[in-house]
Design a protein around this ligand. Structure first.
Ligand SMILES: Cc1cc2nc3c(=O)[nH]c(=O)nc-3n(C[C@H](O)[C@H](O)[C@H](O)COP(=O)(O)OP(=O)(O)OC[C@H]3O[C@@H](n4cnc5c(N)ncnc54)[C@H](O)[C@@H]3O)c2cc1C
Ligand code: SF4
Ligand code: SF4
Ligand code: SF4
Length: 404
C-alpha cells in the first residue's frame, strides 16, 4: 500500500516555495490558490506513488541550514543610476553586475507586463537586463520551474547568483541538497509577502477603461528614499501615490495582508540562509551620526542607504570583489538589527488581517478599497498632499539647514 502524503498540516507550515512541485518525479503536485489568492501545493492522489521526496525537500518542515552574520556594513553603490533604480543603496546591483561581467547568471524577482502585472523569479545573463531584477516588488514572486533551472546552470559550472526572500533561498539550498562553490546567494530582510491575485485586484483600481499598466515601481525615489511612493504608468499618464494613501501599500507596510506563515517566519532573525543579506539601513542617522557630517552621506539619506550582512566566507569574498563599486563603512550586526525589526522577530499578526480578507472574499477588492478610503481623514489627506507638493530639493535644503 502506498504512503499517504500530507504536505502540511496548517498554513503556518508552508511558504509556497514550490520546491515540492519541482522535486516530484510523477508531476503529481500543482500549486493552487486558496480563497484569498495565496498558493499552496496540492497532490493529485491518482498520480502520487508515495515516494516521500516532496516531504524530504521541504525545508519548512525540516531543518534549514543558516549562518549567523560575521560582519555588518553600511553599504552604498557608487553608480548613482543603479542606486536610483534600487529600493535602498543598490548593493544587489553591484554584486549582480560583478557576476554578469564574469559570464555568470543572476536570478531574482522581475515584473512582467502583459494584460496583468506579474512577479516571477527569472534568470538573466546580460547586463542590460539587470534593471529588471532591481527594486523591491512587494508581492510573492513565482518560483515555478526556477529551482531546476538554477541546478542546471550550477552544474554547467557557471558563476550563479540567486537572490530572493530568505524562504526562497532556503528552499533552493534544500532542493540542491549540497553546497556548490560557484553558487552565491543573497537574501533580503523580509517582513512578509502578499499574493499576486490580491495585487492585481488592487492594480485594477488604478487602471482606466482602455489601458493596462505598463510601468510600476514600489520604491520610486523622486521624492526621496525614506518616504515610500508608488510610481506607475497607465496609457500615456505617469502617476505617483504616497504609501499612506494607497490601500495595498499601507496594508502591506502595516503587515495586514501577508501570507499566513510570514507571521511566524523563522528567518525574521539573525540566522540567515544566504551568503549575504541586504536591507534598508533604517536608523542609520542614529547608529552612524558621524557619517552625516559629509555632504555625500547627507544626500544619500534621500537616494538610499543599505545595510549589508556578510554571513559566510564566500559572501565575504564576493564583497571584496565589489569594493570598486561599493562604498562600505563597517557597522555592527547589533546596530543593523536595532533599527530593523524584521531581524529581531516576525511581523505581528493583527486582527485587521481577518477583517480585510473576509471583506475581500465576500465583496471583492473594491470593498477593501472603499473601506480604506473611508478610513482616511480629511486632515490626513491634506497633510499628505502638502507633503507631496514639496519638491525633493527644497525638502533637502530645509533639512540641511535644520541639521546644521
Ligand atoms: C516583500 C519584501 C519585504 C521586504 N521587507 C523589508 C524589511 O522589512 N526591512 C528591510 O530593511 N528591507 C526589506 N525588504 C528589502 C528592501 O526593500 C530592499 O530589497 C533591500 O534593501 C535591497 O535593496 P538594494 O537597493 O540592495 O537592491 P534592490 O535592487 O532594491 O533589490 C533587488 C533584490 O530584491 C529582490 N526582490 C525584489 N522583490 C522581490 C520579491 N517579491 N521576492 C523575492 N525577492 C525580491 C530581487 O530578487 C533582488 O535580489 C523587503 C523586500 C521585499 C521584496
Ligand atoms: S516545499 Fe515549499 S511549497 Fe512545498 S510544502 Fe514545503 S514550503 Fe510548501
Ligand atoms: S510522494 Fe512522491 S510522487 Fe507523491 S507527490 Fe510526493 S514526490 Fe510526488
Ligand atoms: S516573511 Fe519569511 S516566510 Fe514570509 S516571504 Fe519573507 S522570508 Fe518568506
Amino acid at each position: 500500500m502506498k504512503n499517504e502524503i500530507v504536505l502540511f498540516e496548517n498554513k503556518e507550515q508552508c511558504c509556497g516555495c514550490g520546491a515540492c512541485v519541482s522535486v516530484c518525479p510523477k508531476k503529481a503536485i500543482s500549486m493552487q490558490e486558496d480563497s484569498c489568492g495565496f498558493k499552496y501545493p496540492r497532490i493529485d492522489d491518482a498520480l502520487c506513488v508515495g515516494c516521500g521526496a516532496c516531504k524530504k525537500v521541504c525545508f519548512y518542515q525540516n531543518e534549514a541550514e543558516c549562518n549567523h552574520p560575521m560582519k555588518g556594513y553600511v553599504a552604498v553603490n557608487t553608480n548613482k543610476k543603479q542606486v536610483n533604480g534600487s529600493a535602498s543603496g543598490g548593493v544587489f546591483a553591484a554584486v549582480a553586475e560583478k557576476v554578469l561581467k564574469a559570464g555568470g547568471k543572476v536570478y531574482g524577482a522581475a515584473y512582467s507586463f502583459d494584460k496583468q502585472v506579474t512577479v516571477n523569479t527569472i534568470g538573466i545573463d546580460r547586463l542590460e537586463d539587470l534593471p529588471k531584477l532591481q527594486g523591491s516588488k512587494y508581492v510573492q514572486s513565482n518560483t515555478e520551474n526556477v529551482f531546476e533551472d538554477v541546478k542546471k546552470a550550477v552544474l554547467e559550472g557557471k558563476k550563479i547568483l540567486f537572490s530572493g526572500t530568505p524562504c526562497q533561498v532556503a528552499a533552493l539550498n534544500k532542493f540542491l541538497g549540497r553546497k556548490y562553490e560557484n553558487l552565491l546567494t543573497v537574501d533580503i530582510v523580509c517582513h512578509g509577502v502578499p499574493n499576486q491575485r490580491f495585487f492585481n485586484d488592487y492594480l485594477d483600481t488604478l487602471k482606466n477603461d482602455s489601458d493596462d499598466i505598463s510601468e510600476f515601481n514600489f520604491r520610486d525615489k523622486n521624492r526621496g528614499w525614506e518616504d515610500y511612493f508608488i510610481a506607475y504608468s497607465v496609457g500615456s499618464e505617469y502617476k505617483d501615490i504616497h504609501c499612506r494613501v494607497s490601500s495595498y501599500y499601507e496594508e502591506f507596510l502595516k503587515g495586514y495582508i501577508n501570507r499566513e506563515n510570514c507571521y511566524s517566519c523563522k528567518f525574521a532573525s539573525l540566522e540567515r540562509p544566504a551568503d549575504l543579506t541586504i536591507g534598508d539601513y533604517w536608523g542609520i542617522a542614529k547608529q552612524h551620526p558621524e557619517l552625516f557630517k559629509e555632504d555625500k552621506w547627507f544626500e544619500r539619506k534621500y537616494t538610499g542607504i543599505s545595510c549589508l550582512l556578510v554571513n559566510t566566507e564566500k559572501g565575504e569574498r564576493s564583497i571584496e570583489e565589489c569594493t570598486e563599486q561599493l562604498e562600505l563603512v563597517p557597522s555592527t550586526v547589533d546596530k543593523i538589527a536595532a533599527g530593523n525589526g524584521q531581524l529581531r522577530g516576525p511581523t505581528h499578526r493583527s486582527e485587521k488581517r481577518e477583517y480585510i480578507f473576509e471583506l475581500y472574499k465576500s465583496k471583492g477588492y473594491v470593498a477593501v478599497e472603499n473601506d480604506f478610503q473611508k478610513s482616511l481623514t480629511l486632515s490626513y489627506r491634506i497633510k499628505d498632499s502638502l507633503k507631496c507638493m514639496i519638491p525633493l530639493k527644497l525638502k533637502m535644503k530645509i533639512k540641511r539647514v535644520k541639521h546644521r
